[in-house]
Design a protein around this ligand. Structure first.
Ligand code: AMP
Length: 183
């Protein structure tokens, strides 16, 4: 018997994401299994479902959204719009004008650094941090450090996908982490 396709309305948001994530082996370098969510972005109802999921969980609980360069900008901007909040970009070094705070973090080989505008937050603002993938957690942890050094509070870290075996959640300590999908 031919299986009947389940309409997305009957699927969990995790199933909606899982059905639209593409595994790209050896990208951007050998040994990396890249999790590509452009098929999700290309599907309007599915993308809207994900953004609504994020917005519903955080409505009234956060004051500003942070998007991590670059794919976090896409989710961050959409979620900020849905929540009626502003967006603060956390960027690779050298992209933001004016005074910034910087945070360095370890990569598999070497280090990377990200920054945020020094005056991006008001004291005590509750911040939702968004990115596509939580892997080792280095990027998200450095982002949280920036938010906290800038005087704000991390109310939540949300990702589409958590690669649980890499231990990113542990690196974020007691900060609330939510992954729509965990593999
Ligand atoms: P990490 O700092 O190790 O948690 O890596 C997270 C950052 O790198 C996120 O901004 C992701 O966009 C990206 N990233 C890490 N691993 C992957 C992967 N397997 N597929 C797609 N993006 C990834």
């Amino acid at each position: 018997m031919t299986p009947v396709a389940t309409p997305d309305a009957d699927r969990t948001v995790a199933q909606v994401v899982a059905a639209r994530l593409r595994d790209i082996p050896d990208f951007p370098k050998p040994g990396i299994l890249f999790k590509d969510f452009t098929p999700l972005l290309a599907d309007g109802p599915a993308f809207a479902r994900v953004v609504q999921d994020v917005a519903h969980r955080h409505a009234g609980q956060v004051d500003v959204v942070v998007g991590i360069e670059a794919r976090g900008f896409i989710l961050g901007a959409a979620a900020a719009y849905a929540l009626g909040l502003g967006l603060v970009p956390v960027r690779k070094v050298g992209k933001l004008p004016g005074e910034t705070l910087q945070e360095e973090y370890a990569l598999e080989y070497g280090t990377a650094a990200i920054e945020v505008r020094a005056d991006a937050f008001r004291a005590g603002q509750r911040v939702l941090v968004l990115d596509d993938v939580l892997a080792t957690g280095g990027t998200a942890a450095a982002t949280c450090q920036l938010v906290e050094r800038a005087g704000a509070v991390v109310a939540g870290v949300d990702v589409l996908l958590e690669l649980a075996s890499l231990g990113g959640r542990q690196r974020l300590g007691r900060r609330p982490v939510h992954a729509i999908l965990t593999v």
